[in-house]
Design a protein around this ligand. Structure first.
Ligand code: ARG
Length: 475
């Protein structure tokens, strides 16, 4: 059903209707549209613009539609242009002409902006909760390997030994920043555009602040023109979702590498692996690859929306209809990937022995020699040089650092005594890195304690927010 047409002598051409139509993707805004209609109805009624005899049947019909939409008994049809027109059709089918009363003081411009905000808030809270589930899995896996030495890498080359738990736990940090971003974003997203009307506000005695409170927003738009055009909340959400995707992609990449025959560290559970249609022996880490690959479309969605917004004239332009599919797709994608990665992390086993054997390889203890010399008051530049010479001598003779003789050590630097071998152990290298955030067992324990506390606080916050939002929706 068209929401306009009075001034037109022709109906839209088929191609126009096809291009205009958004109901096939914006139908998912229906519950939010109905809920904001209830809020709008409440102000129309309390201001006396709608008599109780009209308002009450409309409220009843809106509540019926809420149940019917949830149960799939009321759906959009071929003639509906968008979610707003479909739902107004639903109201008029139930009530006749008074079904169109809600349009007073409201435009699809403020309506769609409100609906999309509510959708985004609801789903970003869900994303936060899924991130928290992944963080818990990462913290548990990190703790399980909190005593397992492994090589640490820079440039994908052996660098210094680390606890494998430390390696896993690093992923928790990026996701904590994502949670910070969602937390901060919510403050800005919780501004209600409802009451901005088409662009100029309303001559009717509405109370946008009251509608805002009714819908759980903290305030209403300070400028009605901005109210209907602001899509910063979409762009920011898409950036945050892209960052989540990028963090997931970096987990994916590690899992792919660790599961290679060459590394052989990760044993990904069968339930999180896939086979090959031709090579019977294959067990591929496809979940990790998809986690890595999906980041591309998330960044694409962000880029698409930013480009659509650039230079866009103010108030409503139909370009803005292009805000929805990217947002829906990014939310769907992240909500699809997060549980799969959580399961993959929780069920992967790692080969402690292989990692421990690899930990000292590639002369990863050379820094210990330099640090030993620094303790003996040798300037670091000289210490670094001497440690490098030790490596060169080992490479030339096919030995490990601790296999150099006392004489050889002394020939490289007079302060290099035989007791340097005491620091040339993985255990010693790990134990000594006690700085905050370092890889020593004591620093690692502290890190896990702090990560657990942050996760617990955010868990509570987002559980409370989810509850408040669903109470608002059900009110
Ligand atoms: N389907 C439209 C959208 O998604 C709703 C708003 C239409 N407003 C208008 N003035 N044509 O943006």
């Amino acid at each position: 059903m068209a929401l306009w047409g009075g001034r037109f002598s022709e109906t839209p051409a088929d191609a126009v209707f096809a291009l205009s139509r958004s109901v096939h993707f914006d139908w998912r805004l229906a519950p939010y549209d109905l809920r904001s209609s209830l809020a709008h109805l409440a102000v129309l009624q309390s201001s006396g613009l709608l008599e109780d005899s009209v308002a009450e049947p409309i409220r009843g019909a809106l509540n019926e539609l809420i149940s019917e939409v949830a149960a799939g008994r009321f759906v959009a049809n071929e003639t509906d242009e968008d979610v707003h027109s479909a739902l107004e059709r639903g109201l008029t089918e139930k009530l006749g002409a008074i079904g169109g009363s809600l349009r007073a003081g409201r435009s699809r411009n403020d309506q769609v902006a409100t609906d999309l905000r509510l959708y985004a808030i609801d789903h970003m809270i869900e994303v936060a909760q899924q991130i928290l589930a992944l963080q818990s899995a990462l913290i548990a896996k990190a703790s399980e390997y909190g005593d397992a030495p492994a090589p640490g890498f820079t440039h994908l080359q052996h660098a210094q030994p680390v606890l494998f738990g430390h390696e896993i736990a690093k992923h928790v940090q990026g996701f904590s920043r994502d949670l910070d971003r969602i937390h901060d974003w919510l403050d800005r997203a919780l501004v209600s555009p409802l009451g901005s009307g088409a662009l100029a506000g309303s001559s009717l005695p509405l109370s946008p602040e009251v509608t805002a409170k009714n819908l759980g927003f903290t305030s209403s738009a300070a400028n009605s023109i901005d109210g209907v055009s602001d899509r910063d909340f979409v762009a920011e959400a898409l950036f945050t979702l892209s960052m989540v995707g990028i963090h997931l992609s970096r987990i994916g990449e590690e899992w792919c590498i660790w599961a290679t025959t060459e590394f052989g560290w990760a044993k990904v559970a069968d339930a999180y692996s896939t086979g090959s249609s031709i090579m019977p022996q294959k067990k591929n880490p496809d979940m990790a690859e998809l986690a890595r690959g999906k980041a591309g479309r998330l960044v694409g969605n962000l880029t698409g929306v930013l480009t659509m917004l650039k230079g866009l004239p103010f108030a409503y332009n139909r370009d803005l209809q292009e805000d929805k599919e990217p947002l829906f797709d990014s939310i769907d994608t992240v909500l699809l990937v997060l549980p799969a990665v959580t399961g993959m992390v929780a069920t992967t086993d790692f080969d402690r022995e292989k990692m421990a054997l690899a930990a000292p390889l590639g002369f990863s203890l050379a820094t210990e020699i330099a640090d030993y010399l620094v303790q003996a008051k040798v300037p670091f530049a000289h210490a670094h040089e001497a440690a490098g010479k030790c490596v060169a001598m080992c490479e030339a003779s096919g030995r490990q650092l601790h296999q150099l003789t006392d004489e050889e050590f002394a020939s490289i630097h007079p302060s290099l005594k035989g007791d340097v071998r005491d620091v040339l152990t993985v255990h010693g290298a790990l134990e000594s890195r006690t700085t905050v955030g370092g890889t020593s067992p004591s620093s690692f324990k502290q890190q896990i304690k702090e990560s657990t506390a942050i996760t617990a606080a955010y868990s509570k916050e987002f559980t409370d927010k989810a509850k408040a939002f669903s109470e608002m929706m059900g009110a």
